[in-house]
Design a protein around this ligand. Sequence first.
Ligand SMILES: NC(=O)c1ccc[n+]([C@@H]2O[C@H](COP(=O)([O-])OP(=O)(O)OC[C@H]3O[C@@H](n4cnc5c(N)ncnc54)[C@H](O)[C@@H]3O)[C@@H](O)[C@H]2O)c1
Length: 264
Amino acid sequence: METFNNKTAFITGGASGIGLGIAKAFLNSGANVAIGDINKEQLSIAEKELKTISGNVISLTIDTTDLSTLESASKTISDSFGNLHYLCNNAGIPGGAKILETPEERWRLVHEVNFMGPLNGINLFLPQMLEHGESSHIVNTSSFSGIHGHGNQSAYGSSKFALVGMSEFLRNDLKDSNVSVSVLCPHVVDTPIIGGLKKRVSENVLKMIKDMEVSPITVGEQVLNAIRTKEFYIFCDGVHTRQMLEARCESLLEAMDRQFPRRD
Ligand SMILES: NC(=O)c1ccc[n+]([C@@H]2O[C@H](COP(=O)([O-])OP(=O)(O)OC[C@H]3O[C@@H](n4cnc5c(N)ncnc54)[C@H](O)[C@@H]3O)[C@@H](O)[C@H]2O)c1
């Protein structure tokens, strides 16, 4: 069973929301934590909050779309804590609208941050993890929008589908290595993004959101649990998302049955 004591985690987008929840869960388990974020102000607020749990925390200004900032983060992490064991590619941005209503720049930016950002993290940190040979894990934060295409989330949803796909191929690549992989697929987590949404919606939708949402610290604990048990898909609730997953699987199988009827 994986123990986190004295091991080291790097969490991108770690200054807020889910990333901060993951950082807290790692610190509570005795790990060293580096949070990286593009938002300097939020980083220093988050670092202060995390230091109330443990002193083994550093914060780094990064932009996951800019490899040079990840390279300098890598050096600081190694100088501060030694080998890196847990990489959480969590930074992401929204971008939901119908396809024809989504400007090209938004498509490019959302895919750059939500897909190329995690790929940059993998390209930079995975070779180090393979080289040091100690038990390690990569967690890519996708979304339930990367599992089931609901609503009109064009750029965002497609970037998250791509990240689920990339994670599946990464799992194949890393079979029999010291590095395992998970893809985190939350549906509704009570973070600043959802906080903003709650202010804009009707009473009924607000009730639905409150019914579905889970807290960032719960998600953090779910992530650590998945690392312990080497669970690949990390789901954060099993009620609303179960119905969506069943609907997707059924529609795929129904299409196959129509085209290639079962013989049994
Ligand atoms: N909140 C939800 O309900 C929910 C649901 C599904 C998936 N997610 C995903 O979870 C992840 C975290 O989302 P959150 O809700 O905690 O949002 P959040 O806005 O609270 O946190 C995201 C953090 O990422 C940082 N960031 C953005 N672009 C960056 C970049 N290029 N480089 C470094 N840092 C960057 C932001 O500054 C912010 O601190 C995202 O990938 C998001 O798509 C969230």
